[in-house]
Design a binder for this molecule. Structure first.
Ligand SMILES: [Zn+2]
Ligand SMILES: [Zn+2]
Ligand SMILES: [Zn+2]
Length: 265
């Protein structure tokens, strides 16, 4: 878990509330992102090496997150949508394409790809003078489940207000940030093949919001999914970590930056 905070981050600039002034490190939340490192327990470790690290979104805080978590490789990037908090760290991937001496595949829906091309035109339509270099990226439009380095990734269409965004499922794990509705046709993608046991899901705050699940709405989704463990993300400064976790249902917690989940298939 690289970042568990809402778009402002926590603390918010200029805020003196108890959460923004908290000394609990779990109350310090950078912008939302995770990294997934698939590993094989089987007899073929070289295959596991080929899978590499899959980054989900390039948050505004990517550089700080990469340093804090010692992320040495990024082999692929999955984008959920193009809101600023999820994409503004894209330029930081320059370091990875340089170290790895090759382009990084970026996977997203068509709208997100169009936005990335426009927002980062200097990367995708480079200027004549190349100074400090550019990230080397290859864009791929997602149209359904696909395989990366032997791992099946299932894009889950979600609604973030009226904006279609993507969650992602890998095996029994799902990541669904920035959403306030799971369309009926997406449920089978989450419940097929043994369903989802571990989920990271948007829960902005207690009060309802037009584009994010509230805590009570996210709890309902977790119950319907039948997940064993759930971690809330995209959290704003309304929710103190310790006090909120103490009253959440069994198996449900707030995520925090630096949290590591091991998911055994
Ligand atoms: Zn967001
Ligand atoms: Zn605050
Ligand atoms: Zn968003």
């Amino acid at each position: 878990m690289l970042g568990s905070g809402t778009s402002h981050g926590v603390p918010e600039i200029g805020c003196d509330c108890v959460v923004c002034r908290s000394t609990d490190p779990r109350d310090r939340r950078t912008r939302p992102s995770i990294v997934i490192e698939p590993q094989s327990n089987g007899p073929r470790p070289p295959v596991a090496d080929a899978v590499g690290s899959i980054l989900v979104d390039t948050s505004t805080d990517l550089r700080a997150q990469a340093l804090a978590n010692d992320i040495r490789r990024v082999d692929a990037i999955l984008f959920t949508h193009s809101h600023a908090d999820h994409v503004l760290g894209l330029d930081e991937t320059r370091r990875y394409s340089t170290m790895q001496a090759g382009p990084i595949g970026c996977y997203a829906n068509g709208d997100t790809l169009a936005d990335l091309r426009r927002m980062f035109s200097y990367i995708f339509a480079p200027p004549r003078q190349l100074g400090g270099g550019l990230p080397q990226l290859r864009l791929f439009r997602l149209a359904g489940p696909f395989v990366l380095g032997g791992v099946e990734i299932v894009p889950i269409p979600l609604l973030h207000g009226r904006l279609p965004v993507l969650g992602y499922r890998i095996g029994s794990f799902a990541y669904m940030t920035d959403c306030n509705r799971i369309p009926d046709e997406s449920w089978p993608l989450l419940t097929d093949s043994g369903g989802v046991r571990v989920v990271i899901i948007d829960a902005l705050r207690e009060r309802p919001h037009s584009t994010h699940f509230s805590v009570s709405e996210a709890i309902e989704v977790v119950a319907r999914l039948g997940a064993e463990r759930a971690y809330f993300t995209h959290i704003c400064h309304d929710l103190p970590h310790a006090a909120t976790c103490a009253r959440l249902p069994a198996g449900v917690q707030l995520a925090y930056d630096g949290l590591v989940l091991e998911i055994n298939e």
